[in-house]
Design a binder for this molecule. Structure first.
Ligand code: HEM
Length: 411
C-alpha cells in the first residue's frame, strides 16, 4: 500500500511540475518574451504599430494587403513594394527607417540602412536563421531542408548541397533545359495555331520550370516528380495560411480540417518520394546500376550511405525534405522571373526587337546552348534590373527577433 501511495504521489508531483512548466512556457512565449523584446526595442528608439494579443499585427498587414491588391494595376509599374508590402511602406513613413511589427507573437524588425544590413549579414550571419513560426509553418511542406535549417545544421547541409550550385553541374543540365523549353514553346505554338488569341503565360512558365526541376532532381523518375510538384504546390498554398492557424497556443495539435489536409498531402508527397528512392535502391541492389545517380536525389542518397567524419549524417526524412526544398526554392522563383520578363518584353515591343536581333545574331539559326550564353550582352546586362523583383529576405536573430531587410532601391 505504502509503495502504491509513493508511486501515486510521485506521479502527481511529476504531473503538477509538467503542468506548471507548460503553463510557464506558454505565458513566457505569448506574453513575457514579446513584452521584454518590445521594451528593449523601445529603449533603443525602435517603435511600430501596436500589436494585438496573440495575433500581433497580422490583421493590419492583411487589411493593408487587401486594400493595395483590391484592383488591377492601372498601368505597369516597377513600384511593386507599395502593392505587395504596403504595410512596410506605410509604417516606414510613420515610424522611420527602423521599426518593429509583430507576426503573431514573433517580432519583425525592419531595417533599411545599407550599412546595418551589411553588418548584420557579415558579422552576425551565424547567429541568424529561420524563426519558430517560419519553421513550424513549413514543417510539413519543406521540413528541415536547407531553406529552414539553422546554425551548424545549415552549414552541414549547405556543404552537402554545394555541388548542385556549381557551374559544371549547371552546364551539364543545359541540354535538358533546352529540351524542356522547346517542348513548352511547341505547346505554346499549338495553342496559338488552334485559334487562341490570349494565353496565360504564367502557366507555361510554371510548367517549363517544374519540368526542368523534375528532370534535374529526379532524372528518369521525372513523371513522378511532376506529380510531387502538383502536391507540393497545393501544400505550399496551405502553408501560406500557417501564421493565421498557428496563432493560438497549441493550435498545431488541434485535429482541425486545416491540419488534417496538410498532413494527408505531406504523407502523399513522402509516399511518392519513397517510391522513387526505393526504386533507385533496388537498381543498385540488383546490380543494374553502380550508383544512385548524379542528379540531386542521387547525390543525397550517396551522401546518406557515407559515414561522415564530422558526425552529421543525413537520414531519409532529410533527403526528402531537401528534395522538396529544391523544388520549392527553384520553381516559383524562376517561373515568376520568366513571367515578369515576358510581361516586360510584351509591353516594350522595341526591346523585343532588340533582344530578337541579338538572339539571331549570336545563335545564327542554331539552337541556343550554354556556349552562346557569354555572347549575350543585352540579355545578361539587363538581368540585374529584373532581379530587383526579390524585395526582401527574412532572418531570425537571437531571442526570436526577426529582421526584414528591405532592398532600398525598390522603394
Ligand atoms: C530567379 C531565380 C531565383 C531567385 C530570385 C532566388 C532567390 C532566393 C533567395 C532570396 C533566397 C534566400 C531565401 C531565404 O533565406 O529566406 C534563396 C535561397 C535558396 N535558393 Fe534560390 N532563387 C532562385 C533560384 C533558385 C534555384 C533555381 C534553385 C535550385 C534549384 C534555388 C535554390 C535555393 C536554395 C536551396 C536556397 C537556400 C539556400 C540556403 O539557405 O543556403 N534557388 N533563393
Amino acid at each position: 500500500m505504502g509503495v502504491i501511495l509513493l508511486v501515486l504521489t510521485s506521479l502527481l508531483v511529476i504531473f503538477i511540475f509538467s503542468f506548471l512548466k507548460v503553463a510557464y512556457d506558454t505565458i513566457s512565449c505569448y506574453f513575457l518574451t514579446p513584452r521584454r523584446i518590445k521594451k528593449i526595442m523601445e529603449k533603443q528608439g525602435v517603435r511600430g504599430p501596436k500589436p494585438r494579443p496573440l495575433t500581433g499585427n497580422i490583421l493590419d498587414v492583411a487589411s493593408f494587403l487587401s486594400q493595395s491588391t483590391s484592383k488591377d494595376m492601372d498601368q505597369i509599374t516597377h513600384d511593386t513594394v507599395s502593392r505587395l508590402l504596403p504595410h512596410y511602406v506605410a509604417w516606414s513613413k510613420q515610424y522611420g527607417k527602423r521599426f518593429i511589427f509583430w507576426n503573431g507573437v514573433e517580432p519583425r524588425l525592419c531595417i533599411s540602412e545599407t550599412e546595418m544590413i551589411k553588418e548584420l549579414l557579415t558579422k552576425y550571419s551565424t547567429k541568424s536563421g529561420k524563426s519558430w513560426l517560419q519553421r513550424e509553418g513549413t514543417k510539413h511542406f519543406i521540413g528541415r531542408g536547407l531553406l529552414m535549417a539553422n546554425g551548424s545544421d545549415w552549414s552541414h547541409q549547405r556543404h552537402i548541397a554545394a555541388p548542385s550550385f556549381m557551374g559544371e553541374r549547371l552546364k551539364s543540365n543545359a541540354g535538358l533545359m533546352v529540351e524542356c523549353t522547346k517542348n513548352m514553346l511547341q505547346s505554346l505554338r499549338n495553342a496559338v495555331e488552334s485559334g487562341l488569341t490570349e494565353v496565360e503565360i504564367g502557366e507555361y512558365m510554371s510548367r517549363v520550370t517544374a519540368d526542368i526541376i523534375s528532370r534535374t532532381q529526379f532524372g528518369s523518375s521525372y513523371e513522378k516528380g511532376k506529380q510531387i510538384f502538383h502536391l507540393l504546390t497545393e501544400l505550399q498554398s496551405l502553408c501560406h495560411q500557417a501564421t493565421r492557424h498557428l496563432c493560438l497556443p497549441g493550435s498545431r495539435f488541434f485535429p482541425s480540417n486545416y491540419n488534417r489536409q496538410i498532413k494527408s498531402k505531406k504523407m502523399e508527397v513522402d509516399r511518392l518520394l519513397l517510391e522513387i528512392i526505393q526504386s533507385r535502391k533496388d537498381c543498385v541492389e540488383i546490380g543494374r546500376s553502380s550508383s544512385y545517380g548524379d542528379d540531386l536525389l542521387g547525390m543525397l542518397l550517396n551522401e546518406m550511405e557515407r559515414k561522415r567524419s564530422d558526425g552529421f549524417n543525413i537520414n531519409l526524412q532529410l533527403v526528402m525534405d531537401e528534395c522538396k526544398t529544391f523544388f520549392f526554392a527553384g520553381h516559383e522563383t524562376t517561373s515568376l522571373l520568366l513571367t515578369w520578363t515576358v510581361m516586360l518584353l510584351a509591353s516594350n515591343p522595341c526591346w523585343q526587337e532588340k533582344v530578337r536581333a541579338e538572339v539571331s545574331e549570336v545563335c545564327n539559326g542554331e539552337t541556343p546552348s550554354i556556349d552562346h550564353l557569354p555572347k549575350f550582352n543585352l540579355v545578361s546586362k539587363n538581368l540585374p534590373i529584373l532581379s530587383k523583383s526579390v524585395p526582401f529576405t527574412l532572418n531570425h536573430a537571437k531571442q526570436r527577433a526577426i529582421i526584414l531587410l528591405a532592398v532600398k532601391s525598390m522603394v
